[in-house]
Design a protein around this ligand. Structure first.
Ligand SMILES: *Cc1c(COP(=O)(O)O)cnc(C)c1O
Length: 415
């Protein structure tokens, strides 16, 4: 992990101060569970509502507890601004809507989280925004798909469940040359480990539901703006950029988009996810070390055709994964069995590991993506997305890894 202002991220997470004085000298940031805030004078009210002062007015727009959560993420990532939403999908929608317009296109991949794919392919399409699904590992394909109406290139850093890894430095070089912002969904490897800005990512999206919430307490999302894109190059924000410069995206988001779409994080969620942040790195280290041991143990089990994890030397993306994410590319892996029936049998035989859709709960979870997350897609779409009927996805938790392996072993052996 990289130091920032002489402290390591896990220290910053714990010690980033909240505004004092507090009436009771509370050691942790209290939860301000309120809709509105009171003003002393009409003049103060005017200046807050017109944006001349930064006081809180209404919790759909800002709230002290949510702001404290955002500030902690800002301190860890060194971002220009962080906006917290009530889901990862809301973070994606708000971010894209801030940049897209009717007639625009988004260059992305078929390898996307199910709802992100559906948002691009159905919701956005109906508003005249064209998703261009291409092979983001091919420089040529990316170049051929970007044109003057491309409002963003969007990708996931390790795709779920295909586990594809794009060389971000190469991709961001194309984005810089073509003057298009690069948006990365980094949910699979947290920002304590993966430093998106160093790889040329302009805006980072995180579903904080996953690693950050900790113990799967709450749904949330983050849009993290590094302030490094020249927004005069964005068709939609160019006008804005004359007044706001590098702050243009943040200004558009804060002053218009997120207020209008109304999907700000709640103070309860921010409180829980702030606690999650405090243990994020410890949980990540334990879950990824467990993942590695389970992956290694699984290979010998009966009926397992392949185990897919980008930290395995036989994985197609091993080198680039190591360069970008180090030795611990998350706690999610997949494996393939003979058939869909074998996958169902495995899932039904589990005694300890839970059949559930989430990622990075403290408990280990297993799912058959093709029949669930991608269950309503037709088979040709699933084939294009490389979602196989023979794949089981595992999110490794914090149990003793021997108990996880034991459960997988018996589930594969059982008739
Ligand atoms: C879960 C997930 C999302 C969506 O997040 P929600 O918080 O469920 O809305 C987006 N991207 C990835 C990679 C995810 O795993």
């Amino acid at each position: 992990m990289k130091k920032r202002e002489n402290l390591f991220p896990e220290t910053i997470i714990l010690h980033n101060p909240y505004p004092q004085p507090d009436t009771y000298n509370s050691l942790s940031m209290p939860m301000y569970n309120t809709v509105a805030f009171e003003f002393e004078t009409a003049e103060q009210m005017e200046s807050a509502f017109t944006g001349r002062s930064a006081e809180h007015a209404y919790s759909r727009i800002t709230n002290p507890t949510v702001q404290n959560f955002e500030n902690r993420v800002k301190a860890i990532t060194g971002a220009l601004d962080v906006v917290a939403f009530n889901s990862g999908m809301a973070a994606i929608c708000n971010t894209i809507i801030a940049l897209a317009y009717s007639g625009a296109n988004i260059v992305t991949s078929h390898h996307l989280f199910g709802n992100t794919f559906s948002f691009f392919n159905s919701t956005l399409r109906e508003f005249g925004v064209e998703p261009r699904f291409c092979d983001l590992t091919s420089e040529e394909d990316v170049r051929n798909n970007i044109d003057e109406n491309t409002c963003a290139v969007f990708l996931e850093i390790i795709t779920n469940p295909q586990l594809e890894v794009v060389d971000l430095k190469k991709l961001s070089a194309i984005c810089i040359e073509k003057e298009v912002p690069l948006i990365a969904d980094t949910t699979i490897v947290p920002f304590t480990v993966f430093h998106a800005k160093d790889f040329g990512v302009n805006i980072e999206i995180v579903s904080s539901t996953k690693y950050i919430s900790g113990g799967a307490t709450s749904i949330g999302g983050l849009s993290i703006d590094y302030g490094i894109f020249d927004w005069t190059k964005s068709k939609k924000l160019a006008e804005f950029a004359r007044g706001f410069g590098h702050n243009s995206f943040t200004a558009k988001m804060r002053k218009e988009i997120h207020r209008n779409l109304g999907s700000y994080m709640t103070p309860q969620t921010a409180y829980m996810q702030s606690l999650g942040l405090e243990t994020l790195q410890v949980r990540f280290e334990k879950a990824t070390s467990n993942a590695r041991k389970v992956v290694d143990g699984m290979k010998a089990f009966k009926g397992v055709k392949s185990v897919n994890y980008t930290a395995l030397p036989d994985n197609k993306f091993y080198d680039i994964s190591k360069l970008q994410f180090g030795d611990s590319p998350g706690a999610m892996f997949t494996f393939d069995l003979e058939s869909r029936e074998a996958c169902f049998k495995f899932l039904n035989n589990l005694r300890l590991v839970k059949r559930s859709t989430n990622l990075f709960d403290n408990k280990t979870l297993a799912i058959h993506p093709a029949s669930t997350i991608y269950g309503t897609f037709d088979e040709p779409t699933r084939v294009k997305m490389n979602v196989r009927q023979t794949t089981v996805r595992i999110s490794v938790g914090l149990e003793n890894y021997r108990d996880i392996l034991h459960d997988f072993h018996q589930a594969l052996e059982e008739k």
